[in-house]
Design a protein around this ligand. Structure first.
Ligand code: PEP
Ligand code: MN
Length: 257
């Protein structure tokens, strides 16, 4: 593997006090819903709020996100509660105004191979959450991170979100093998997304536990006050009670490893 910037310099793993948790709805829906979700997440002491304003949907007829109106809602929520905002960027042209609000720019699974987009986010000073393409080998994924780092930004967090296999019971197959590989080979943090990784809300908690046990630095989870009403990815979205259990259980596991 020919990599320079993202490789580990020393053989140390810096452990945080607790796993990093990013939670929130798949899509930003409207101000009131976001406000209620945000209030609930604040009670759980969550610092990072996720919410997509630009949604890369498989069907062009599905909800495509509120776009700039969604970013505006995130801005207001950020001002009210002080969250760090995580949101996906789909298009080079949106970066400039998104970075006024968004703290962590998410590169989604479909854009992991979008090298012009990777280079452009590499020129920002934001944290980049780089999701693994559902068809990417670990080597391709790390090379995508290298593209970003080469532009000068090595504030990159990798995110394992499942890959496509022959299995259809789950939406994707969460490749937990990648976690210790990333931790052994690179200096980057790695999160697991058990929501997209399973596609089923009843599997989110067990796979969150497994992810932390495998050495992940944290989780990104789709959570909503009324999961059944979520505009997108409702089947894999959990409620805040379930999220609370996940936080308690994974904190305990994290302390033991
Ligand atoms: C998302 O986080 O809502 C999303 C679209 O993720 P992915 O790119 O992993 O499918
Ligand atoms: Mn989603």
């Amino acid at each position: 593997m020919k990599l320079k910037r993202v490789l580990k310099d020393k053989n140390v793993n810096i452990k945080q006090e607790k796993p990093l948790i990013i939670a929130g709805p798949c899509s930003v829906e409207d101000y009131d819903t976001m406000d209620k979700i945000a209030a609930g997440l604040k009670e759980l002491n969550i610092e990072y709020l996720r919410g997509g304003a630009f949604k890369p949907r498989t069907s062009p007829y599905s909800f495509q996100g509120l776009k700039d109106e969604g970013i505006e809602i995130l801005k207001n929520i950020k001002e009210r509660y002080g969250f760090k905002i995580v949101s996906e960027v789909l298009d080079l042209r949106d970066i400039e105004y998104m970075i006024e609000v968004v703290d962590v720019l998410q590169i989604g699974t479909r854009n992991m191979y979008n090298y012009p987009l990777l280079k452009e986010v590499g020129q920002t000073k934001k944290t980049i959450l780089l999701k693994r393409a559902f068809s990417a080998t670990i080597e391709e994924w790390l090379n995508a991170a290298e593209y970003i780092a080469l532009e000068g930004n090595d504030d990159i967090i990798l995110c394992e979100r499942g890959i496509r296999t022959f299995e259809t019971y789950t939406r994707n197959t969460l490749d937990l093998n990648s976690i210790p590989v990333i931790k052994q080979k690179t200096k980057l943090k790695v999160l697991v997304d058990p929501s997209h990784g399973t596609g089923r809300r009843e599997l989110v908690r067990p796979m969150s536990r497994a992810a932390i046990a495998a050495g992940a630095d944290g989780l990104i989870i789709e959570a909503h006050i009324e999961p059944d009403k979520a505009f997108s990815d409702s089947e894999q979205t959990i409620d805040l009670k379930e999220l609370k259990l996940i936080i308690e259980e994974t904190n305990r596991i994290y302390m033991c490893i």
